[in-house]
Design a protein around this ligand. Structure first.
Ligand SMILES: C[S@@+](CC[C@H](N)C(=O)[O-])C[C@H]1O[C@@H](n2cnc3c(N)ncnc32)[C@H](O)[C@@H]1O
Length: 225
């Protein structure tokens, strides 16, 4: 089990997992900025290089911008998003409806710790910038294992507190210092994990192991069932 700092333990104890209203409205606006859209694009390409057929689940889908991006690039996939915040689900449904894609993208309320789908429902499970909110990451990874089909991937992208300096400098060069800092607002309520924490969660889960790699500012935990 990864060692967590006292501050993280306290934050996790008092802080709700889901992003409530009106923070959901603020996050929706923030997520349409260039640096967020660039990372949805990077994640979508990476996801489709692992699996571009069948049914995908996005956990902590927030405003559903990743699902919208995935539909653009792979319109044949069935896309499902869950989020533990009712306010975020409302926001996501509105974004999906405005894009005219309600018949292709399903969004519903649900938590990573109790995924509202039967065993082996998904060909791939993904998540962006949500794991640092999860109170019991290892238990959530076990839930992901349950709903994944055999020989399938889970790709969990989040920002880590020990992102290498050269990656930070590259993003600052590309997007500007201010926009790069905006991404860090994600850790305003709860601090990020480290890359080592990610791998420890994987080791103590049913997956048994996982490896990490950087994709822009995202650190991706790659898990195979
Ligand atoms: C920082 S937002 C990221 C949203 C989206 N994935 C993105 O990249 O823009 C984190 C989201 O995870 C959701 N969340 C937090 N804990 C969760 C949990 N245990 N299960 C499902 N969703 C959760 C929050 O409500 C929020 O919408």
């Amino acid at each position: 089990m990864a060692k967590l700092t006292l501050m993280r333990r306290l934050m996790k104890l008092v802080h709700p997992e889901g992003i409530p209203w009106p923070a959901s409205v603020f996050y929706n606006a923030l997520s349409s900025s260039v640096i967020f859209m660039k990372h949805y694009e990077l994640a979508a390409q990476d996801i489709l290089s692992h699996c571009s057929h069948g049914t995908l689940l996005d956990i902590g889908t927030g405003p559903a911008r990743l699902l919208l991006k995935l539909h653009q690039q792979s319109p044949g996939m069935r896309l499902v998003g869950i989020d533990s915040s009712a306010a975020m689900v409302t926001q996501a449904k509105q974004n999906v409806a405005e894009a005219g894609l309600s018949e292709f993208i399903e969004v519903k309320e649900g938590s990573a710790s109790s995924i509202p789908f039967p065993d082996q429902s998904f060909d791939i499970v993904v998540s962006t910038v949500s794991m640092h909110h999860w109170k019991e990451p290892t238990a959530c990874l076990n839930e992901i294992y349950r709903v994944l089909k055999d020989n399938s991937f889970a790709l969990i992208y989040d920002i880590v507190s020990d992102t290498p300096k050269d990656i930070l400098n590259e993003i600052k060069r590309e997007c500007g210092r201010l926009k790069a800092t905006m991404f860090w607002l994600n850790s305003f309520e709860e601090p990020f994990y480290t890359r080592q924490n990610f791998e420890s969660f994987a080791q103590s889960s049913l997956f048994g192991k996982g490896r990490t790699q950087f994709l822009g500012l995202f650190c991706c935990l790659i898990l195979k069932k």
